[in-house]
Design a protein around this ligand. Structure first.
Ligand SMILES: *Cc1c(COP(=O)(O)O)cnc(C)c1O
Length: 414
């Protein structure tokens, strides 16, 4: 990219305009400081000093792009924002303190009382709560529809629908929604489509290419990639992000800390090789689980048996992602739960935690953790049975992961 002529803009990294994802992931950001550091610097400072009062005035008035206060932005945070925007192929990005604050910022910035949202019923549990009950208090109504039934999305549209919200693949059943079809429904109604791209990351899926308007991230997951920090981001057109969300952030203040931004920034450098390696291990594990005699069913978009396999492969660069779920065989819910717990408790490598996106594989029982607050009928409607186990595959040797699961699964044989 060429440095803008306007001297009042911050400089850009001099990258070829056609630089590819892996190059952008390592190089995009801000030019080095006057010290010429090769690895991006961590700017732990709350405010920035101006050379004189007139310059301070110009910067506060927005006549000169510069750093003022880290609630607005900060060089390390901006490096992360620019890098992620370039990877998602969007004009702009705003970093937030967590994935949930990215969703809150989007809703506060783009919706008002009287507006209506259509959302998949399979999105992250906190998203359902935020849209379905917290925002309802402020007069924003949400209709929840099937993740995979495009006709249901269309049928839920109302004259006041302003936003469609999707997350694909879903957690924990890896259901895949058709981003291009949802974008069409949104745009036919003059509404926006936001896609939570947490499970794929831009390494596997760039929803903007399929027509999405806003990309939401929990940087806590694959973008950091090593389970260290909370972070979030919203990517999209400058007319949405820079004009509607950035001014709101100045007052709302769910800003990302420079330290967390730096961790995510460095995580982005290895994102695509991690996603490829973790997806490959997850698929190998999924095939192995499918062939195991104490496993009833396996969910992974890379399996030919996955209901949206073809769509997933087309939408996700041919990769299924790193999350694989399976149901252990059992007669009745009580035994299913006991068998699932036994499989989880027999592991010695996998971490028993509901987080995902880590190089350390994690294992969880969705029905009693992430989906534990639903009623049993709500859970069953969502396909979350007592025998369901979710593994978010990390970077351990896949043979060791198979052995880790085999320890419990083999001993379930009658
Ligand atoms: C974890 C997660 C979030 C929320 O992110 P936080 O960083 O924990 O706030 C949102 N969406 C999806 C799909 C997630 O997995």
């Amino acid at each position: 990219m060429v440095e803008p002529k306007n001297p009042k803009r911050l400089p850009r990294v001099d990258l070829p305009a056609d630089a590819r994802l892996d190059t952008i992931a390592v190089r995009e950001g801000l030019p080095a400081s006057q010290y010429g550091e090769n690895s991006e610097a961590l700017f732990l400072t709350s405010s920035f000093v101006h050379p004189d009062a007139a310059t301070a005035a110009a910067r506060f008035a927005g006549e000169e792009e510069a750093f003022v206060y880290s609630r607005f932005t900060n060089p390390t945070v901006m490096m992360m924002e620019r890098r992620l925007a370039a990877m998602e192929r969007t004009e702009a990005c705003i970093a937030t303190s967590s994935g949930m604050s990215a969703i809150l910022l989007t809703c506060l910035g783009l919706l008002k009382a009287g507006d209506h949202v259509v959302c998949s019923q399979s999105v992250f549990g906190s998203t359902i709560k935020l849209l379905g009950s917290d925002l309802a208090k402020f007069g924003v109504q949400t209709s929840f529809v099937s993740q995979t039934d495009v006709a249901a999305w269309r049928a839920a549209m109302q004259p006041n629908t302003r936003l469609l919200f999707a997350e694909t693949p879903s957690n924990p059943l890896t259901e895949v929604c058709d981003i291009a079809a949802l974008a069409q429904i949104a745009h036919d109604a003059d509404a926006l489509l936001a896609v939570d791209n947490c499970f794929c990351s831009p390494a596997l899926q760039q929803p903007v290419k399929l027509g999405a308007d806003l990309i939401i991230h929990s940087g806590t997951k694959y973008l950091d990639g090593q389970g260290r920090v909370l972070a979030g981001a919203v990517c999209g057109l400058a007319s949405l992000v820079d004009e509607k969300l950035v001014p709101l952030m100045r007052g709302a203040g769910m800003s990302l800390s420079p330290f967390n931004a730096w961790v995510v920034l460095k995580g982005l450098e290895t994102l695509s090789i991690r996603m490829a390696a973790q997806s490959e291990r997850a698929l190998a594990l999924a095939h192995w689980l499918e062939a195991h005699d104490t496993v009833e069913r396996v969910y992974h978009p890379g399996l030919a048996s996955h209901p949206q396999h073809a769509l997933a492969m087309a939408q996700q660069n041919g990769c299924g992602g790193a999350v694989v779920s399976f149901i252990v065989k059992a007669e009745g819910a009580e035994l299913a739960r006991r068998n699932a717990f036994h499989t989880i408790d027999s592991t010695r490598i996998c971490s028993i935690t509901a987080n995902l996106g880590d190089t350390k594989s994690t294992i969880t029982h969705p029905a009693s953790t992430s989906h534990g607050r639903l009623t049993e009928p709500q859970r069953l409607a969502a396909g979350i049975t007592q025998g369901l186990v979710r593994v978010a595959v990390g970077l351990e040797d896949v043979e060791d992961l198979k052995a880790d699961l085999a320890r419990g699964l083999d001993s379930l044989r009658p």
